[in-house]
Write a protein that binds this ligand. Structure first.
Ligand SMILES: [Zn+2]
Length: 250
């Protein structure tokens, strides 16, 4: 990742990058956080500002210069049609930012026809258009594709902790010290993917060895699995109220 950041600063970012990471790394977040920081108008040290027009469009998932390709069906296959669907996107000039980014997180899920179509696109690079591919299984990516990409190996320590995770940890600390109100915290974090938030909370309370809080998190996870449509904010509120109380007692 370090090399890439230098390339961004030197304006020599290659037009195709293949990110490779171990199974425990959240490759999806790592790539998307990086890609979004490139589109942000005021990114500092490659972290998006979260307030500029680009960041707002990205948050609303309506950024005209950003495209994430995912698989379909039970096998999560990325088909040739999906790759073809971005032909127009590749040809148009960037509308909002100064570049366009296409993210393919699980690149190993492309079928052969899709790889061939992608290869054609990669062989004829379009100005200001960047492809960020990701995979946990480098060997599953055809050599022809690999040879067209700069390969970047993400280390666990540099990719696993996203900016939001650090922020959540700070909030947890505030919560356990009674400096942050559980309701305010729930309100803030209910907007994020609940699985990821619960994972990060679990990590935090595991670190401070508060097993009662871990039990609470586990049972909330189960509850969410069993009932699809829960009010996440209410659930988070009650979880964080419990955790705050448990931390004060211990
Ligand atoms: Zn921004």
């Amino acid at each position: 990742m370090h090399v890439l950041l230098q390339q961004v600063n030197a304006n020599t970012l290659p037009h195709a990058v293949l990110f490779v990471a171990g199974p425990r790394t959240d490759l999806d977040s790592a790539i998307q956080v990086f890609a979004k920081s490139l589109l942000c108008e005021n990114a500092k040290q490659n972290q998006s500002c979260g307030i500029c027009k680009s960041c707002q469009l990205l948050a609303a998932q309506t950024h005209p210069d950003y495209c994430v390709l995912t698989g379909e069906g039970k096998t999560n296959t990325i088909s040739i049609d999906t790759i073809r669907s971005i032909t127009d996107f590749c040809e148009q000039t960037p509308q909002c930012a100064d570049k366009k980014i296409i993210v393919i997180v699980e690149a190993e899920n492309m079928n052969m026809a899709a790889y061939n179509a992608l290869l054609k696109t990669l062989e004829e690079p379009v100005r200001n258009t960047y492809f960020f591919l990701g995979t946990h299984i480098l060997a599953a990516i055809p050599a022809t594709i690999r040879s067209r990409c700069q390969i970047v190996r993400l280390q666990l320590d540099e990719s696993i902790k996203m900016p939001w995770q650090t922020e959540l940890e700070t909030d947890c600390l505030g919560l356990t010290q009674g400096k942050l109100d559980p309701l305010t915290m729930a309100q803030k974090w209910q907007k994020e993917e609940v699985d990821l938030v619960l994972n990060a909370l679990y990590e935090y309370f595991a670190k401070i060895k508060n097993f009662e809080c871990l039990d609470k998190i586990t049972s909330l996870r189960k509850k969410i699995l069993q009932h699809g449509s829960l009010n996440i904010q209410l659930q988070l509120e009650s979880l964080l109220i419990d955790c705050a109380q448990l931390c004060r007692c211990s």
